[in-house]
Design a binder for this molecule. Sequence first.
Ligand code: FUL
Length: 698
Amino acid sequence: MIRKAHILTLPLVLLFVACQTVEPPKAVGPTPSQRQMDWHELQYYAFVHFNMNTFTDMEWGTGGESPALFNPTQLDTRQWAKVAKDAGMKGIILTAKHHDGFCLWPTKTTEHSVKNSPWKDGKGDVVQELADACKEYGLKLGLYLSPWDRNNEHYGKPEYVEIFHEQLRELLTNYGELFEVWFDGANGGSGYYGGANETRKIDNKTYYEWEKTTEMIRELQPNAVIFSDGGPDIRWVGNEEGWANETNWSVMRRDEIHPGWPRYVELRSGHEDGTHWLPAEVNTSIRPGWYYHPGEDHQVKTLPRLVQTYYESIGRNGNFLLNLPVDDRGLVHENDVQQLMALKAQIDTDFAQELAQGNPASASNVRGNSSTFNAEKAIDGDFETYWATDDGTTQASITISLNEPTKVNRILLQEYIPLGQRIKKFMVSAEVDGTWQVLDEQTTVGYKRILRFETVTATQVKVDILDAKGPITLSTLELYNAPPLLVDPKITRNRDGMVSIEIPDDEVDVYVTTDGMEPTTTSKKYDGPFPVLTPTNVKAIAVDPNNRQQTQTVGQYFDLAKKDWKVVGALQNDADLVKLMDDDPNTFWATDENASNSNETTIDLGASHTLTGFSYWPIQERYPFGIITKYDFLVSQDNRTWKSVSKGEFSNVVNNRIEQKINFAPTLARYIKLKALEKHNGDGRTSFAEIGVFTTNQ
Ligand code: FUL
């Protein structure tokens, strides 16, 4: 009798165990708010820099520009929205007001706006037109309102803060739902300020009354995330080049960095012991500048560069905010459209077929042995379900046994971040021909991590989580086999004027032109360095002869070769001296801060030339110093009598360290002098990565 009862109860006990619900792991550390979670899901959206600077060919207007200059001839926000939609983007963030203070909407707070421009006889409203277009195309709208205002006479005083808040109120009230409010970090300095033309400094921590600003946004746009260098909801990634560090925590010790004073290097990785959820947004422009400059029409980023940015932003636990500098017609330029669509096509191809789903998956530990948290939950295509481990188990592995040997070169992982970001270290391996190979070892995962590796034909793929802050919660494990993408040829010139074209792969052929024509497979085949001593446009394509795949055209303009140039008035035995004129912006020379000429450099060009402009490359080092922000450029025929031919500002040169090209009226000169009138952080030394001159119109 007793025995019989035992036999009967055993299945019941098993059934009871199986039905008992296993609790999900408890949250670890800070977790995202709903608005942050919604933001994570957007992944990719557009920035539009379009404003007064579009019409003045500037990056930072002074604020003294006349509203009469704002006059797009074909402004069409529906075109912007269509392009963004077709590109796979989820929203658009517009510079409603940039540092020059010109407002793209007819604000009541200032006369410096579209209402005093010729565009639509002053009756237009760009923000409204974009809001309508976004609605039509199912896109979200975000707005950039620069706290720094170089136009407003009250800037620096309490009156301006009220104006700033009022402008914000108008934007938050009149244009429907916003998904993001964007405040940049550039602040205070010289400006027009109602005609005062002076320098005004403010304390970015206190001046704008950030608490009040945040409160207003929460009240009027409760679903909008607030971006600034240090949050409070979304953080800058600490560079404008388009990458996050491989280690990228979505948490930070926010109170140390918000508001004001970003520690921009830390923004690239977050803080492992962060106190707040503060994920990174990777903002970069599709061209060198944020604003449209006709001179950059042929410098739209190449496909490999854009693809790299995709993998180094979205693939590194960041959102990708790609800037489109709308042109002076009021349209996204056709060259930019072409590259956006090329990127879309490439990403679609890379992720065309997911290879893990449908294969058996197993894990070394499954939370409570429950089917709710088993390995299959990582490959079911549903973010809401996840593989989880027992409390206390922070090391475990998940293995996908592929039904047949499968070529893979990408893995995509997602943690279930509503419960916090946990993984600190992991390793990916593949079984190839019966032997396990380590493919990569990395640190963080977060909302999304994508790794690229050499193609392997795998029978199994395994992810070992080696360290985590708590039990593992892995929502997604996906595998892909992306087709190869030809890397662009790189065109460089040395100090002797010899041009080389670098290709990563010997199997690839390079075709080159020097007459401005588009290279094709019938152009000259590159067979080694060749001299370019006078102004020349070198263009090249790389072609894989096996599959006929070819890159887009890569172009590089070279003016006079610098082989006869000499720096005057510096220690000639300084071996680094040539680095400011070696046609390589990755090397630099810096002055001695104790020298009497520590703020300048003088170059003897070796002969007189009719100059039409100059260029300055800021230092490209990770920890830059000595960058010129305000300059004076002088020329001379005899190194005695000097004439200043251009004086001005290198706008945004610290955050966006691109070549600064300045034109001036043609002038004959043998000697040139670049003088720093102001340097970033008031550094003593002055650094020069490269100085160049133009003898043709640039
Ligand atoms: C920076 C600004 O100074 C640039 O002009 C640009 O708007 C960029 C996105 O943010 O801080």
